[in-house]
Design a protein around this ligand. Structure first.
Ligand code: IPE
Ligand code: IPE
Ligand code: MG
Ligand code: MG
Ligand code: MG
Length: 292
């Protein structure tokens, strides 16, 4: 199977699992309202790299992907909630996400906030149910706990706060923002997969996740300047509009491109130390060349 085929297969498995969430016909109109808004963003494309990474790491390190599917979906639900809230007028005020009008543009700000909350809480419900009902092991609990910590006020939310409040303009301060706002969930995808496989490579997985996260966000900032809005599926120029400092401001497009390439190369070096990591290495190459 080629990289593309395997990537597609994994995405389909994740999409199938996500598609049955919140799909039950409820006689309650309010429940229908919130579930429709949640599904709008959850099922509206997205690269799905976090859940794909979690499942792949679980598998190559000797775990069962059936143990990882609910956690992978939970991670994607948390990521999707973070995007809905990130686009709100009080945050980045962006009208397009994943090639369609942002959640709050379609459903209103009030419902956008609640749809994000619904997805976040749904992720925890999913993880608790997985632990309650399917082969509860301490390592599985540890994987869930890793995801929860990464999403919270010491992880992704901390990064979003720093992104808003940071005044200092330096590479070090940007690294701090990126490590948390984007690095935390990507690192959690690697580490949670490692726990599900009872791996003793958690430290290496953490290094890989942090480097992917850092590279991914620097590149996101580059694409915010030189990307094509239609391909990207979100507005370009968002960072400048919001007066956000990025690597591009400090190092220029060339310097920022070199910086993210270095991060991705570091990931590949570390991945080469892990058996059966060809798919993940190809995934890093795919990310390095992405336009969306
Ligand atoms: C966008 O994440 C937000 C960042 C962390 C930069 P992705 O680029 O993974 O967004 P989707 O899921 O593919 O839409
Ligand atoms: C936000 O970074 C990352 C999140 C935690 C959602 P950005 O604000 O740069 O993400 P995009 O460019 O809107 O996807
Ligand atoms: Mg933002
Ligand atoms: Mg944004
Ligand atoms: Mg961005």
């Amino acid at each position: 199977m080629t990289f593309k085929e395997k990537f597609q297969q994994r995405i389909e498995r994740i999409n199938q699992a996500l598609n049955i969430k919140y799909s039950d016909a409820s006689s309650c109109a309010y429940q229908h309202n919130i579930h429709e808004a949640m599904r709008y963003s959850l099922l509206n494309g997205g690269k799905r790299i976090r859940p794909v990474i979690l499942l792949e790491v679980t598998e190559i390190l000797g775990g069962r992907t059936t143990d990882g599917l609910s956690l992978a979906c939970a991670l994607e639900m948390i990521h999707t909630y973070s995007l809905i809230h990130d686009d709100l007028p009080a945050m980045d005020d962006d009208d397009i996400r994943r090639g369609k009008p942002s959640n709050h543009i379609v459903y209103g700000e009030d419902m956008g906030i609640l749809a994000g909350d619904g997805l976040l809480n749904g992720a925890y419900e999913l993880m608790f149910n997985e632990v309650l009902m399917n082969d509860p092991t301490l390592l599985k609990v540890q994987a869930c706990s890793t995801i929860a910590t990464a999403a919270g006020s010491k992880g992704m939310i901390l990064g979003q706060v720093a992104d808003i409040k940071m005044e200092e303009r330096s590479v070090a301060s940007l690294d701090y923002v990126n490590k948390h706002k984007t690095g935390a969930l990507l690192e959690a995808a690697f580490i949670a997969g490692g726990y599900l496989a009872a791996s003793d490579e958690i430290e290496r997985l953490s290094t890989i996740g942090q480097n992917i996260g850092k590279g991914f966000q620097i590149q996101d900032d580059v694409l915010d300047v030189i990307g094509d809005e239609e391909t990207l599926g979100k507005p370009i120029g968002s960072d400048q509009k919001n007066n956000k400092q990025t690597y591009v401001d400090l190092l220029g497009i060339k310097g920022a491109t070199e910086a993210y390439t270095t991060c991705y190369q570091k990931c590949i070096q570390e991945l080469e130390q892990i058996p059966n990591s060809d798919f993940l290495i190809e995934l890093v190459h795919y990310l390095m060349n992405r336009k969306a």
